[in-house]
Design a binder for this molecule. Structure first.
Ligand SMILES: Nc1ncnc2c1ncn2[C@@H]1O[C@H](COP(=O)(O)OP(=O)(O)O)[C@@H](O)[C@H]1O
Ligand SMILES: N[C@@H](CCOP(=O)(O)O)C(=O)O
Length: 308
């Protein structure tokens, strides 16, 4: 009998910055740092996390990426064929840049691809949002750009926005980890009507401002009362940055995802030296180390490339 070797493929999924201030669990964008999963069909399953960032993750079927592949197979009602699964990432883990969302989306897309794509893109998005519990990081990881999304019993609904021209992002990534689980545990279970109205009016204004390129509205629209003040004790310097960033060249600032990374919007045509100096001063004032990156918003979303 002749052995047929199926071609390998690589799934590449970008990082995300969720919430953008008031869009808690509903608004996020995609950033050009990537998780890659290379799948090579073979007779036994091997899971191989590569690189220092993934050193602490399981090198077997318990790995989150592989569990996501199994989840896709389960939804499709199929068995996953054996394969070598190599995982690489540029996304720092547990920093609020969607490493787990990228691992989940890349794994779902890889599992679906290995099975010949029984699931539609909408099913993959819904599965990812349900698994994560909210769509704001998985939607931009899958689709790229800026995404407004809701998740309820009936499904996941979204609108993908093309980023406004010249909207640049600076992220300050501190050198400490904060688990999303831990940063959700500090949030209150209930909010007042005033806070609910504040949240929905600012989130709606922010989505509309981003859709129309009204960058002048960002400082006002990015105000939040649902999560950032509760998380501030976990992220030294966050309050200083939220208060001071627009005075130092930013168009607006927000905690990225569940933190501890902080995102600042800026005009990509302008120098960011003043903003960097301010962020460095705040960080050092709180005895923290970290790094800053100026990035465009990634528009490509998750991509599958055949041939390894
Ligand atoms: N590429 C990956 N492979 C395996 N596990 C991963 C990968 N990326 C993230 N994870 C898991 O997700 C955890 C971080 O998730 P989370 O606390 O939600 O933070 P983040 O904001 O980075 O998504 C890591 O500690 C690790 O267990
Ligand atoms: N809306 C969520 C977003 C979590 O994103 P992550 O990148 O930190 O996983 C939250 O704020 O908890």
């Amino acid at each position: 009998m002749r052995e047929v070797t199926l071609p390998s493929f690589t799934v590449r999924t970008p990082a995300s910055s969720a919430n953008l201030g008031p869009g808690f669990d509903s608004l996020g964008l995609s950033l050009p740092l990537f998780t890659s999963v290379t799948v090579t069909p073979q007779t036994v399953t091997e899971v191989v996390p590569l690189g220092p960032e993934l050193a602490g993750t399981p090198a077997d079927e318990r790995n989150y990426v592989y569990r996501a592949m199994l989840l896709a197979a389960g939804r499709a009602g199929r068995e996953l064929p054996p394969a070598r699964v190599e995982i690489r990432t540029e996304i720092p883990l547990a920093r609020g840049l969607g490493s787990s969302a990228a691992a989940l989306v890349a794994g779902l897309v890889a599992g679906n691809e290995l099975l010949g794509r029984p699931l539609s893109d909408a099913e993959v998005l819904d599965l990812a949002a349900r698994e994560e519990g909210h769509p704001d990081n998985v939607a931009p990881a899958l689709l790229g750009g800026i995404v407004v999304a809701t998740l309820d019993k009936r499904g996941t609904h979204h609108v993908r926005l093309e980023p406004p021209p010249h909207l640049g992002v600076t992220v300050l990534i501190p050198d400490f980890e904060l688990s999303t689980h831990g940063a959700r545990a500090v949030l209150p279970g209930e909010y007042s009507r005033a806070d609910a109205v504040h949240a929905l009016s600012h989130a709606a204004l922010l989505a509309a401002a981003l859709a129309q390129g009204r960058l002048d509205l960002l400082p006002h629209a990015m105000q939040d009362r649902l999560h950032q003040s509760w998380r501030a004790p976990l992220v030294p310097g966050l309050s200083d940055i939220l208060e001071g960033a627009t005075g130092h060249g930013a168009l607006g600032a927000a905690l990225s995802g569940a933190g501890p990374t902080v995102l600042c919007f800026h005009d990509a045509r302008e120098e960011t030296a003043k903003l960097h100096a301010f962020l460095r001063e705040v960080m050092e004032g709180h005895g923290l180390t970290g790094r800053m990156l100026d990035l465009p918003i990634e528009t490509g979303g998750t991509v599958v490339r055949r041939g390894g």
